[in-house]
Write a protein that binds this ligand. Structure first.
Ligand code: NAG
Ligand code: NAG
Ligand code: NAG
Ligand code: NAG
Length: 332
């Protein structure tokens, strides 16, 4: 745990050093959203879910773009191995030729180790009300360069998947609420210097001013989709939810207090980052907490004009607790 904090302190310091001007939270009063219909995609494309045929990951076309990668979520930094020890990678075989890749966070709470992710990472392709079979889901901790596994990462099978019972994205004109899911493993991950769980926040946590995002999602949203091999990180300011509602709700799209909006110039989460963490530090005890879960973008990712929307984890503590107790009872 200490090692994790030291490493993370180190990243924060180095990110602030390199990029201190851009890391200040944006003052809402100064921010004027510019609506540009060109950047407005069809809502289903805005989902961060990243489901492509397996060939796409190693396809020649993508290899050609690797040389141009400079390291971003969109606009982020390439992590050092071991920086984000709670980062999980979910691989779900949703159909014989479909591999869905998502992020998740390794959490230790209520005496159990489990994964926290987005509901939309765990639903069937055909019916968003149906949870995937645990058999088709594999989970990896300690992953870093996903094209060059080292043997230091650990894989687990999944024994139970839970999605929020009110989650529904079947109406593509509605953005999903309650986009949260839990993943229980065949056995706990061994804590190493690359793998260590993060804590849940308190129920009454105020929204942090900034959060640390991480994932293997696209590093560009226009032109060719560039998929990084190495985990990307980004510190991004959050914006007050009332301000986000006032400026970005449109066409029946509703936001809620149970979500967090993040907005940063030319940077943000993108397709493939779904389910992944937004982490923050408790100002009192300096420990890391899982503040949010990547859910969707309100517009083109990385344009700096539309926020990404994360599930606010502190709003779901009771829900998580209930499902962890159910799991414990079933596994006595
Ligand atoms: C999903 O739908 C497709 C086409 O409608 C069908 O071929 C496939 O078997 C379905 N998959 C599942 C898991 O139900
Ligand atoms: C994979 O990583 C190892 C170090 O962990 C390195 O020595 C090796 O060159 C890498 N291989 C490729 C193909 O990048
Ligand atoms: C996962 O399940 C498969 C098939 O049942 C088994 O072969 C494999 O060893 C399991 N892996 C782990 C890490 O438990
Ligand atoms: C932060 O830490 C303090 C002191 O341990 C604790 O009282 C508070 O609930 C924590 N906040 C969160 C969000 O967990």
């Amino acid at each position: 745990m200490n090692l994790q904090f030291n490493l993370l302190v180190f990243i924060i310091i180095s990110i602030f050093k390199c990029d201190s001007s851009q890391n200040r939270p944006r003052s809402p009063s100064k921010f004027e959203p510019q609506y540009n219909p060109r950047y407005r995609l069809n809502p289903t494309q805005l989902m961060l879910s990243n489901e492509l045929p397996p060939g796409d990951q190693t396809g020649q076309a993508l290899e050609d773009f690797d040389a141009r990668l400079t390291g971003r979520i969109v606009g982020g930094k390439t992590a050092q191995e071991g920086d984000i020890q709670y980062q999980l990678r979910i691989e779900a075989r949703t159909a014989p030729k479909r591999l869905r890749r998502c992020g998740a966070s390794l959490v230790l709470a209520f005496g159990v180790q489990f994964g926290v992710t987005a509901a939309h990472c765990l639903t069937s392709r055909n019916d968003t009300k149906v949870t995937l079979s645990p058999k088709v889901v594999n989970i990896i901790a300690g992953a870093y360069n996903v094209k060059n596994f080292t043997g230091r990462e650990q894989r687990r099978n999944v024994t139970r998947l839970v999605i929020h019972h009110l989650y529904d994205s079947s109406d593509e004109h509605k953005r999903p609420f309650e986009d949260i899911g839990l993943v229980f493993f065949s056995s706990p991950f061994k804590v190493t210097k690359l793998i260590s769980p993060i804590l849940l926040p308190d129920q009454n946590w105020d929204q942090p001013d900034e959060v640390l995002l991480s994932g293997w999602g696209f590093t560009s949203s226009r032109g060719p989709k560039m998929r990084p091999d190495i985990l990307q990180t980004l510190w991004t300011p959050t914006i007050p939810i009332q301000f986000c509602k006032m400026n970005f709700e449109y066409d029946g799209i509703k936001l809620s207090e149970r979500q967090i909006c993040n907005l940063k110039d030319k940077a943000g989460a993108c397709g493939g980052d779904s389910g992944g963490p937004a982490a923050a530090r408790n100002v009192t005890n300096r420990r890391w907490y899982l503040a949010g879960i990547a859910s969707y973008n309100l517009g083109l990712c990385g344009s700096g004009m539309y926020p990404s929307v994360y599930v606010r984890v502190s709003s779901y503590i009771n829900w998580i607790k209930r499902h962890v107790s159910d799991y414990k009872k079933a596994n006595k």
